[in-house]
Design a protein around this ligand. Sequence first.
Ligand SMILES: Cc1ncc(COP(=O)(O)O)c(C=O)c1O
Ligand SMILES: N[C@@H](CCSC[C@H](N)C(=O)O)C(=O)O
Length: 456
Amino acid sequence: MSFSPSSSEASSTNGVLSKAFKHVDLQGHDLPPSPAPSTPRNGRKYALATELVYTDSNDQHNSSSMPIYQSATFKQPSSSGGGEYDYTRSGNPTRTHLERHLAKVMGATRALAVSSGMGALDVITRLLRPGDEVVTGDDLYGGTNRLLKYLATNGDVIVHHVDTTKPERVREVLSKKTAMVLLETPTNPMIKVVDISTIATAAHEANPKAIVAVDNTMLSPLLQNPLDLGADIVYESGTKYLSGHHDLMAGVIAVNDLGLGDKLYFSINASGCGLSPFDCWLLLRGIKTLGVRMEKQQANSQRIAEFLEARGFNVHYPGLRSHPQYDLHWSMARGAGAVLSFETGDVGVSERIVDAARLWAISVSFGCVNSLISMPCRMSHASIDAKTRTERELPEDLIRLCVGIEDADDLIDDLSRALVQAGAVSVTVDGFHAIKPGQILGKPPSPSPNVEIPNS
Ligand SMILES: Cc1ncc(COP(=O)(O)O)c(C=O)c1O
Ligand SMILES: N[C@@H](CCSC[C@H](N)C(=O)O)C(=O)O
């Protein structure tokens, strides 16, 4: 299950490109130096939105866009090696360039790029050993839950799922055996907020060697930096905000402890999940526009969340004052993100709303320029069995909205039409309001003439 780097591999460097950054394969044979540890955090000179745009290319032709080194192998100067790269699984210039850029924007000493967000979590959980305990949330992305369940079933790892919004619940299960605490904040899909610093401190008190890993996918490094809040590892699905166009799968991991970075790099090289050169290039391209995309996505999300709340829906979004952990969220983050969820009180109504949407695509995922609508219990979180979903109070009627960069009025018009068509709202002369559970109409009414319906 886990890969153990040899002592020479675990040796850390001072954070600059160094030939001393030595690697051996599982038989102990020397490998060329791994890609350079990434630019240290103090390499940041400008505001993050500016830094996102600029990458330090040392390309020989001063190209504006880092070239794609679409090569599996690299020739060596002699039979004893000595080249900076030998094989793309072990390292590739386009990947190194991306990883340096990621380290800068993630405020880390070293970043690593892998083939998906789940690939990132897989690499992280390879740090675990049989008998180790993991403490994690009871509201988590479905795929994360699936991997943890697999480890609990097949990897002899004990996984405690608790309500991580309550640090006292976390403390109850922390012990010397806690090897890892895995947090999402805000959580997917209930948008619950978790106090990273308090939990990280408690975890390190229980076991100074415990690793606190935070999934930052829901906010991106633009809005939250868990390493600054006491996390040892931050990881994200680069498939989401970082890339922003749903044209690639990627995962990113960032650390400040170079020894930990070496261990993670070892697993990536050993298991072969490093991000391909083309996907590295696409991700580099996507990151440049993260600032403007997120600004528009958040502004749209805020309007939509307020629109739904004003009509009586139970909306989960940390941009709303009504969010139970509003203050905590804003003490950690610089924005509310662009994923929100809401309950209608009736599964059938939710189903009709989703099916009636036209502009909102029915799709899993989030962080993309176009807006998506989904029912997590049937889609992104369907891999969590129904009994567990009920125990963890994941509402079957929950609708998740992943807001894009379109015109906000278009998005609201389309949602209004879907709500009316689904019978989720009662239409009166002064507008329309959520129908309370129990009041749900048996039959969807025809669309009201009071509501403007955009052409679909
Ligand atoms: C919060 C969160 N973490 C991790 C992942 C995994 O990312 P990927 O799909 O890139 O494997 C996802 C979605 O898939 C997610 O929503
Ligand atoms: N069939 C996939 C579903 C991916 S969900 C992707 C994303 N994290 C989301 O929350 O929408 C699977 O089973 O993994």
